[in-house]
Design a protein around this ligand. Structure first.
Ligand code: SAM
Length: 291
């Protein structure tokens, strides 16, 4: 992350080596530190509200986080239909946790985050993201490397959500085949793995790589999409791996019944957007089919 000294702009570093960046004006810094794992900054921006970057890469903003957190959770949980134990890898800001816990049938959520500082300072400075989720008695919060955790745990999960950073720094191990294989071994029959898999228009090779690994592990290996404005470059891919082919074939009518039974309102997710998210444009289909 580099700063323009006059006003202090921070620039998105994810695509800098490819010659692209964008900048966010820093109106107020709430917290900045180099943790044991990464460079954490929480700051206010007039357009996107309170934001967090890790190693200069935008992680979460108050204004658009609902899109990503709703689509990474309600799609796999409502498709599965009878999830009782969910595993979150990463997700330190608590947004995924907040949305998972809205499903009252879920009895336990295990969350494995490598950097306690992310959770500590997100709770302190971005409390609306977790919205009290860290106090829910169903939560088992573990501070550890998610790759090591899935190798060691004996537990099983109906849905696993990998809300990781990008495949650089501590997040790199969360894109390896052995990580996905260890998760597969921990999924209950019909279980689902979803992954944060970047913006295909910018990070197409990452999606092809993940889907290729999923294809060696699951009967169904694809992705679904949603557009999060601050994950720049177009719609984002969420990796989808499961042995249950019926889950992606659920009708809007069935999803509508399940969503109504869940009994909560959303700002992005609807049964129609759920179904439509799996309708991939040609250039993304090419990335998936060439995996
Ligand atoms: N929504 C964001 C995105 O799409 O890029 C991700 C947000 S969340 C802040 C990413 C989290 O992954 C961070 O809290 C980071 O500390 C965590 N993380 C990175 N590598 C990890 C690992 N190996 N094990 C567990 N958590 C990890």
């Amino acid at each position: 992350m580099s700063d323009d000294k006059e006003e202090r702009w921070v620039t998105e570093t994810l695509y800098k080596s490819e010659g692209f960046t964008c900048a966010f004006r820093v109106d107020r810094v709430l917290h900045e530190e180099r943790t044991a794992e990464q460079h954490l900054v929480i700051f206010d921006n007039a357009l996107f509200g309170r934001m967090m970057t890790l190693d200069g890469i935008t992680q979460v903003t108050a204004r658009d986080e609902f899109i990503y957190h709703e689509m990474m959770t309600h799609v796999p949980i409502l498709a599965h239909g009878r999830a009782r134990h969910v595993l979150i890898i990463g997700g330190g800001d608590g947004g995924i946790l907040r949305e998972v816990l809205r499903h009252k049938d879920i009895g336990k959520v295990t969350m494995v985050e490598i950097d306690p500082a992310v959770t500590e300072f997100a709770k302190a400075h971005m409390p609306q993201v977790s919205a009290g989720a860290f106090d829910d008695p169903r939560l088992e919060l573990i501070f550890a490397d998610g790759a090591k955790f899935v190798e060691q745990t004996g537990d099983s999960y109906d849905v696993v959500i990998v809300d990781s950073t990008d495949p650089i720094g501590p997040g790199e191990v969360l894109f390896r085949e052995e990580f996905y294989r260890a998760i597969k071994a921990r999924l209950t029959p019909g279980g689902v793995l979803v992954t944060q898999n970047g913006v295909p228009f910018m990070q197409g090779a990452e999606l092809t790589s993940t889907i290729g690994k999923f294809r060696r592990l699951f009967r169904v290996a694809t992705c679904y999409m949603a557009t999060i404005p601050t994950y720049v470059g177009g719609p984002m891919a969420m990796g989808w791996g499961t042995d249950d082919a019926s889950l992606a074939a659920l009708t809007v009518e069935e999803l509508t019944k399940r969503f109504a039974a869940a009994g909560f309102a959303t700002r992005y997710y609807t049964p129609d957007t759920h179904k439509a998210a799996f309708a991939l444009p040609r250039y993304v289909l090419d990335l998936v089919e060439n995996a």
